[in-house]
Ligand binder design. Structure first.
Ligand code: PLP
Ligand code: ZN
Length: 370
């Protein structure tokens, strides 16, 4: 098995015995793993799920699969296409990462993993609950009290224990981490565990395959903790390193104006979300985009660097724009949850370059935001 690597101080730890974060500095782990080139021409013969990109995956098996991935790419305008990532087994893009974490927990074995815990504003928890059910793993999901009832219902339906935590998303994460420190517990964290990012990166491998071995000029991504963004960045780097794409697309990171610490840091030229900088920001306001309402993302430094290195930028969207975008998409036949419309709200009208927009959570999860 591969090794965890701390991006801050270079500490390494074996995957089968490591704590959930770097023991020296508390940073989320990266994975010491080099993807091999994926052969575009032979993909047609492969399994119809994200496991088809086996050369690029750190876990080359598919015991836990629910057929996730291979979501449709639909032209919306002459320059904008939408990738329907809400058409996943649990109705959001989080399946891409959750399947990796469940597969990893299974491979670590019953002596090491007695139960899995996760924390989430809803979609990641739902996905982890589903893939744990598929893997036969006991699972507990911590969610903020305010999480949509449809998401909590789904988590329970998959047989996971649900713990509602009073307070914000950070309070939920703290409660899960306290549980994660207990013996025999695997913390299936979409934020701290880098296997999740090696799952979300298949979003870009699919784009690349469906566009015949190329990528659009820009890839828009909603950013809370940045798991889709960092996965996309990993894939772009891998494809570029292997000479499988000529140019790197710009990453266009999208946040809700109400909770946009990374957008503010990016435009202020900051390379991290330091305490001093955070103190200068307006406090977060309520937003319809609950899935990206993250005031202090632990991977802030990596996210800011990835967007800068791509030549992209950060955009923010207002609550009104989110409402209108959800109606606009629904009127074109696509019912998407309010977090999942943020990118369309930000770049749907662009005409100056080709751009892919993820519609990454199903409308049925939250209903209409009016
Ligand atoms: C539908 C949807 N879009 C975007 C995001 C943002 O993902 P991340 O926090 O990894 O940036 C989430 C996270 O829950 C989500 O549920
Ligand atoms: Zn460290």
């Amino acid at each position: 098995m591969t090794t965890y690597l701390c991006p801050v101080d270079g500490v390494r730890a074996a995957v089968d015995s490591a704590p959930w974060c770097c023991p020296e500095c508390g940073s989320p782990w990266d994975l010491e793993f080099t993807a091999a080139p994926v052969p575009l021409k032979s993909l047609g013969q492969r399994v119809n799920s994200l496991w088809r990109y086996e050369e690029a995956l750190p876990l080359p098996t598919k015991a836990v699969s629910l057929g996730e991935g291979r979501t449709p790419l639909v032209p919306m305008t002459p320059t904008v296409c939408a990738k329907l990532d809400f058409l996943m087994p649990t109705l959001s893009f989080k399946d891409r990462g959750a399947v990796m974490l469940a597969e990893l927990a299974l491979r670590l074995g019953p002596e090491r993993v007695h139960r899995v815990v996760a924390d989430s504003s809803g979609n990641a928890g739902t996905a982890v609950a589903a893939y744990c059910a598929r893997a036969g793993l006991s699972c507990t999901v911590y969610v903020p009290e305010s999480t949509s009832p449809k998401k909590t219902e789904q988590i329970r339906a998959h047989g996971a224990r649900l713990k509602r935590v009073q307070g914000d998303r950070e309070a939920t994460a703290r409660a899960a981490r306290a549980a994660a420190d207990e013996e025999g517990t695997f913390y299936a964290s979409h934020v701290y565990n880098p296997y999740f990012l090696h799952g979300t990166k298949t979003y870009v491998y699919e784009l690349w395959e469906d566009l015949g071995g190329s990528l659009p000029e820009a890839i828009a991504v909603p950013v809370g903790n940045g798991t889709l963004l960092l996965g996309a960045s990993l894939a772009i780097n891998e494809l570029h390193a292997h000479g499988l794409i000529a140019d790197r697309p710009q990453l266009i990171a999208v946040q809700a104006e109400a909770v946009s610490p990374l957008a503010a840091a990016f435009h202020a030229g900051e390379d991290d979300l330091g305490t001093e900088f955070l103190a200068t920001l307006k406090p977060p306001a309520p937003t319809l985009a609950e899935g990206i309402a993250i005031p202090r993302p632990p991977r802030a430094r990596q996210i800011l660097r990835a967007v800068r290195e791509s030549g992209g930028t950060f955009l923010t969207v207002t609550e009104d724009r989110i409402r209108v975008a959800q109606m606009e998409l629904a009127s074109r036949g696509l019912f998407v949850e309010s977090t999942g419309v943020a990118c369309w709200a930000a770049v749907g009208e662009w005409t100056d370059r080709t751009v892919a927009v993820p519609l990454c959570g199903a409308g049925a999860k939250t209903g209409l935001a009016i």
